[in-house]
Design a protein around this ligand. Sequence first.
Ligand code: ZN
Length: 132
Amino acid sequence: MNFQPSQLYDIAQTVSRNAYAPYSGFKVGAALLTEDGRVYSGVNIENSSYGATICAERTAFVKAISEGEKQFTAIAVYAEGEEAIPCGICRQFMYEFAPEIMVITGTSRDELNVRTLTELLPVGFSLKGGKK
Ligand code: ZN
């Protein structure tokens, strides 16, 4: 990995300022690292129709995939004051593309937890025959 976990976490922290979270006040940033060293950021974007809300992790993935990226190595997730663990929807969403991705979380850049997605989602759902 070209990036240290703390560097990716820093990017997630910086971008979290752009989160749109007027309802929860819970601003989250994510930084997604591709295999070739590009970083795509994402934030949570809430909506008056709560079900239309999207998390920071999925925003980053949607941006990257829509730009043609397919290989991912790590994602850092930041929220102020607490460890932002990816929700179940995001775990499954990421599993589709990167079951072995490293997930970097923590309460500060000096106290990071690095886990594989399969640690967070040991048995992800996958259709057989999916084309990647
Ligand atoms: Zn989520």
